[in-house]
Write a protein that binds this ligand. Structure first.
Ligand SMILES: NC(=O)c1ccc[n+]([C@@H]2O[C@H](COP(=O)([O-])OP(=O)(O)OC[C@H]3O[C@@H](n4cnc5c(N)ncnc54)[C@H](O)[C@@H]3O)[C@@H](O)[C@H]2O)c1
Length: 267
């Protein structure tokens, strides 16, 4: 990997990876549609709207690997999801194909599988169960990654990120939290492991309360350093009582409960 592109570099995860990957690859191209400040040594700064195909082709030109973080990062209107996470995503994959990009590390999400129950342990082989339009767009990214892997040979590493932060902030996050250094480790596996053609892993730390069997990540060398458990007592003491029963039962939490209108619950 000579030149690695980070899209969405102005966001929470992008700003963190811009630091932790600084100097790891000869050139880090950081891109967003908002101003992300000047380039430092070893960086190229780019400003691109993902819905603009021609601009995306310029953004991707010359890159060996892409860490795709750009887009809408939570539930939103269909129009916004369509623009950023469907059209924008497709533009990035098409540009990657044209530019001969070797690897795409995709920030997919726990919300692609959010309707699984919390008493279930799921692995990378389960069918998708999106809990929102946002979750559907992440499932779409995994399907598009599969197509571009099978048909065009692009290595795809889909990281179903739980919740990124310096610490877990509520009960649900105790099960799905990932620390900055653990995510950095996973992203590096996605870019550097010699044998990745199409892989799905969970972007979570080594949480004792995890809902995931993340053995696929472990198989590829992932050795998470952090665990949410030391934060558990403090987090649980602050947890408000009386959560929505759908949110409480399902891994996706409030994403499942919002706009919910089914009369009977699917198992
Ligand atoms: N933060 C988490 O815990 C978490 C969990 C699961 C998945 N993810 C995924 O990881 C990625 C990064 O998350 P984040 O928390 O840093 O999100 P964020 O919202 O902080 O950052 C997203 C960035 O993408 C940019 N962006 C949005 N739409 C764009 C467009 N059309 N063109 C160009 N740039 C655009 C925004 O300007 C922003 O800087 C997202 O794809 C998100 O869905 C994050």
């Amino acid at each position: 990997m000579h030149r690695v592109l980070i899209t969405g570099a102005g966001g929470g995860i992008g700003r963190s990876l811009r630091e932790t990957l600084h100097g790891v690859y000869p050139v880090l191209r950081v891109s967003d549609r908002v101003d992300i400040g000047p380039a430092r040594a070893g960086e190229e700064v780019d400003r691109t709207e993902l819905a603009d195909r021609a601009a995306v082709e310029r953004m991707v030109e010359g890159c060996d690997g892409i860490i795709h973080l750009g887009g809408i990062s939570g539930e939103n209107t269909w129009e916004k999801i369509l623009e950023g996470n469907i059209v924008g995503l497709y533009n990035v994959f098409e540009a990657a194909r044209l530019a001969g990009v070797k690897r795409i590390v995709m920030a997919t999400s726990n919300h692609a599988v959010g309707f699984y129950r919390r008493d279930q342990t799921i692995n990378h082989n389960v069918m998708v169960r999106p809990d929102s339009r946002y979750g559907v767009s992440k499932a779409f990214s995994e399907a598009l990654g599969s197509l571009y892997s099978d048909k065009h040979g692009i290595g795809f590493f889909g990281v179903r990120i739980g919740n990124f932060g310096t610490r877990p902030i509520d009960k649900r996050r105790l099960s799905i939290w990932i620390s900055p250094r653990d995510l950095t480790q996973l992203v590096r596996i996605g870019l550097e492991h010699p044998d990745i053609r199409y892989e799905i892993v969970y972007g979570v730390s080594n949480n004792r309360r995890s809902w995931y069997d993340n053995s696929n990540a472990v198989r590829l060398g992932y050795r998470p350093q952090d665990d949410s458990e030391p934060y558990a007592a403090e987090v649980l003491a602050k947890e408000p009582a009386g959560a929505d029963p759908i949110a409480e039962r399902r891994q996706g939490g409030t994403f499942c409960a919002e706009e919910y209108s089914a009369e009977t619950e699917r198992d």
